[in-house]
Design a protein. Structure first.
Length: 365
């Protein structure tokens, strides 16, 4: 059977996600101590669970341009409304490439003492053979712990739908030795659609120049099987952090240039990913370089090189645009064509509120 090529990580299975957000009034008014308590409980359950599933999530190289997909605790972290649109084409040189499109919206809402987020993502693989749609809503609560240290805790809920187009698959009994695929398969058609609900949680701890985050997705490991049996989407743990440091200021102490070193550690089933790199901002321009590695249990925990990543872009008061290219450095180098990704953020103005709102010192990308 001919199937779409598998992604190195974290996309063993393609996904089309849509995140849309809104939570009940009682949840939005929940006190911080209860929200953090349940969030931490979710992480404990994730860490202790066994995982044998094979499906995995799509991935964005520019994950700080798509913060809601990285960690729901980013919802409303910029205070004013913002909308992010992203497009990714992974392995364009292969017939079974992956195309992911996403839209996200979030803002801080004073009346509920936190942020609301809404994201929509569509992922397709193998020339539309496999498509997944996901809609998620999230709420994040922010609280100051000390004069400089703050915490954000978040919960999210999702609805997803996955569909398989059986007619796009090819099988061994369809092949003629001389003329190729000319016969009808005798295999019984299967597949169709599957749908379900999904849950996640996130925490963010941040100071004026540093931040550290923890996110857990797919807490309930929903079944995504399109045929007989179970195919659960594994729980995914993400640890990310870094800082943003000024390297040039003017006489008014305004930052003219900054550097942002960051890291990401992600584990989903037996796959583990490590990203390290940095971004540099100077005026309206920014750029960055990253290294992405992975290791699996089958590889005896040895880190395998995956990709080198270059990011460039421009930012103004109302928008931000970025382009990144993943240079594949694994054994698949000659065949994949890397990965192209575009992102655009629209920043909307909002009236100044009384009191200080602490922003997270993340890179602009």
């Amino acid at each position: 059977m001919k199937v779409p090529a598998l992604r190195i990580f974290p996309n063993m299975c393609c996904n089309f996600c849509i995140l849309v957000g809104s939570m009940g009034t009682s949840m939005l008014k929940m006190k911080l101590k209860y929200l953090i308590r349940y969030t931490l409980l979710a992480f404990v359950l994730v860490a202790g669970a066994a995982n044998e599933a094979q499906a995995q999530d799509p991935e964005f190289t520019q994950y700080y341009a798509n913060p809601l997909f990285l960690n729901p605790a980013f919802a409303g972290s910029d205070r004013c409304p913002r909308m992010v649109m992203s497009y990714r084409n992974q392995w364009p040189a292969m017939s079974g490439n992956y195309v992911t499109q996403a839209v996200a919206y979030d803002q801080h809402v004073n009346s509920i003492q936190g942020g609301l987020g809404l994201t929509v993502m569509h992922d397709q693989a193998g020339q539309n053979t496999l498509q997944t749609t996901r809609i998620t809503g999230m709420y994040a609560y922010q609280q100051s712990l000390t004069r400089k240290l703050s915490i954000r805790a978040a919960l999210e809920a999702s609805y997803f739908q996955k569909a398989l187009d059986w007619s796009n698959l090819t099988f061994g009994d369809m092949i003629d030795p001389r003329r190729g695929f000319i016969y009808e398969t005798q295999d019984t058609p299967r597949g169709g659609k599957v749908q379900g609900v999904d849950f996640g949680a996130g925490l963010l701890l941040f100071a004026p120049k540093l931040h550290l985050g923890l996110a857990a997705h797919h807490l309930n490991e929903p079944n995504e099987s399109l045929v007989v049996g179970l195919s659960r989407l594994p729980m995914k743990l993400t640890v990310h952090g870094g800082g943003k440091f000024p390297i040039k200021k003017n006489i008014k102490k305004e930052v003219l240039a900054s550097i942002s070193p960051n890291f990401l550690f992600r584990k989903q089933a037996e796959f583990t990913q490590i990203n390290t790199g940095l971004f540099v901002n100077k005026g309206p321009l920014f750029g960055g370089v990253w290294y992405r590695g992975k290791f699996t249990k089958q590889a005896d925990q040895n880190i395998d090189k995956d990709a080198l990543i270059a990011v460039v872009g421009i930012e103004t008061d109302i928008m931000r645009f970025g382009y990144s290219f993943d240079i594949t450095i694994s054994d698949l180098t000659p065949a994949t064509g890397g990965a192209h990704e575009l992102s655009m953020t629209l920043k909307f103005d909002c009236k100044a509120k009384k009191g200080k709102f602490r922003k997270i010192p993340c890179p602009t990308f």
